[in-house]
Design a protein around this ligand. Structure first.
Ligand SMILES: NC(=O)c1ccc[n+]([C@@H]2O[C@H](COP(=O)([O-])OP(=O)(O)OC[C@H]3O[C@@H](n4cnc5c(N)ncnc54)[C@H](O)[C@@H]3O)[C@@H](O)[C@H]2O)c1
Length: 309
C-alpha cells in the first residue's frame, strides 16, 4: 500500500510511519518541522518538508497514494488560546487542503486524527461518540471543524473517511517543549530529576484524563486505514480508564522509584474536570483494544529516563 502521512515527523506520525515502513508499505511524509523531528524516521520513509496547506505540493505527493493519514496540526491547547488564527489556518484550513487534494488525486481513504478535547466538559463519563461536543478552546474548535470538513468533502466525493478522536496519548518519542509540556513526559522528567510538580484544584490533582499508549494509538490508526466497513466511522481512541492526576503521580512514583515533590495549588488549571473515553465503538469497528496498561507504559518511560533519553 502507498500512504501519505501529514505531520509524519511528529510524535504519533513517526511511530505510525516507522511501523508502516517496517511492514513493507511505501510511506511518504509531509511535515513542515514546526514541531517534528525527521531524524527519528526510518530511512525507508520518504520525507518532504512542506506545509500541509500547499495544495500543489499535496498533488505531487498524492499520485498513486491509496490512504492518507492526516495528522499535521498545531497541538497545544494553551498556544491555541494565544494564536487562534494560526490554529484555525493550519488545523482547519490544512484539513480542507488535504481533502480537496485527496479528491483531485483520487485517494481511496483518509484517516483523520481528531481529539477527545472536542467533547469539552461532559457530565456523563465515559464519553460516547454521540455526546454533544462542547469544544472550549480554539484547538478543540479547529479539530471539530476539521472533522466536519473531512466528513462533508469525503461524502461529496466518495472518499472513505475514518475519524479517530484520540484522548491523551503518551509514550516514547513525545516531545517535552519548555512551554506547556504534555503532562506525562513532564511529570516523569520532573520526578526523575527530583524536581517539583504542581497539582491544581481542590482536591489537588482531582482532574482526570484518559491516557493511551502510543503503540495502541498506532495500532488503531493502522486498522482504521486497512479495515473494511468502517467508512464514515467516528471512534474514540483511549484506554477506557479514567485516571486522576494525583493517581498518575503515584503511578509515576512507583515506576521511577522516586518520591514526587508535589506543590498543591487550589486554583483550577483551566482544563476540563473529567475525561474518559468510552471505547466500545472502536473495539467493535476495528477489532481493536488497548494492550498497554498505564503502569507498564510508565515503566517503559522511567527506564528511558534513567538511561538519559
Ligand atoms: N498526542 C496526543 O495526545 C493527541 C491527542 C489527540 C489528537 N492528537 C492529534 O494527533 C495528531 C498528531 O499529534 P502529535 O501528538 O503527534 O503532535 P506533534 O506536534 O508531535 O505532531 C504534529 C506534526 O505536524 C507538523 N505540522 C504542524 N503544522 C504543520 C503544517 N502547517 N504543515 C505540515 N506539518 C505541520 C509538526 O511539525 C509535527 O511534526 C494531531 O493532529 C493531533 O491533533 C494527538
Amino acid at each position: 500500500m502507498r500512504t501519505l502521512i501529514t505531520g509524519g515527523a511528529g510524535f504519533l506520525g513517526v511511530a505510525l510511519a516507522n511501523r508502516l515502513a517496517a511492514e513493507g508499505h511505501a510511506v511518504y511524509v509531509l511535515d513542515d518541522l514546526t514541531a517534528g523531528d525527521r531524524d527519528r524516521l526510518d530511512p525507508r520513509v520518504l520525507f518532504t518538508r512542506g506545509d500541509v496547506r500547499d495544495v500543489p505540493r499535496l498533488w505531487s505527493l498524492l499520485a498513486g497514494v491509496q490512504v492518507v493519514y492526516h495528522l499535521a496540526a498545531r497541538v497545544s491547547v494553551p498556544e491555541s488560546i494565544l494564536y487562534p488564527v494560526d490554529y484555525n489556518a493550519v488545523n482547519t484550513g490544512g484539513t480542507v487542503s488535504v481533502m480537496s487534494a485527496a479528491r483531485d488525486a483520487g485517494v481511496r481513504r483518509v484517516v483523520f486524527t481528531s481529539s477527545g478535547t472536542i467533547y469539552g466538559e461532559q457530565t456523563t463519563q465515559p464519553i460516547v461518540e454521540g455526546a454533544q461536543p462542547r469544544p472550549s478552546n480554539p484547538y478543540a474548535v479547529s479539530k471539530l471543524a476539521a472533522e466536519h470538513y473531512v466528513r462533508a468533502i469525503g461524502d461529496l466525493y466518495r472518499i472513505e473517511t475514518v475519524i479517530l478522536r484520540i484522548f491523551n496519548a503518551y509514550g516514547p518519542g513525545q516531545a517535552v517543549p519548555p512551554a506547556h509540556p504534555p503532562v506525562i513526559p513532564h511529570f516523569v522528567r520532573q520526578i526523575t530529576a527530583g524536581g517539583s510538580v504542581v497539582l491544581h484544584g481542590n482536591p489537588p490533582g482531582g482532574q482526570t484524563r484518559d491516557f493511551v499508549h502510543v503503540d495502541d494509538v498506532v495500532e488503531a490508526l493502522c486498522r482504521a486505514g486497512a479495515t473494511g466497513g468502517v467508512t464514515g466511522a467516528t471512534l474514540n481512541i483511549g484506554s477506557g480508564v479514567e485516571t486522576s492526576l494525583a493517581d498518575l503521580i503515584a503511578a509515576i512514583e512507583r515506576a521511577t522509584g522516586r518520591e514526587a515533590q508535589v506543590l498543591a495549588s487550589p486554583e483550577q488549571s483551566g482544563g476540563v474536570a473529567r475525561m474518559c473515553a468510552d471505547i466500545r465503538a472502536a473495539r467493535t469497528a476495528l477489532d481493536w483494544s488497548p494492550s498497554v496498561a498505564l503502569a507498564d507504559g510508565l515503566a517503559g518511560l522511567a527506564a528511558l529516563a534513567r538511561g538519559g533519553r
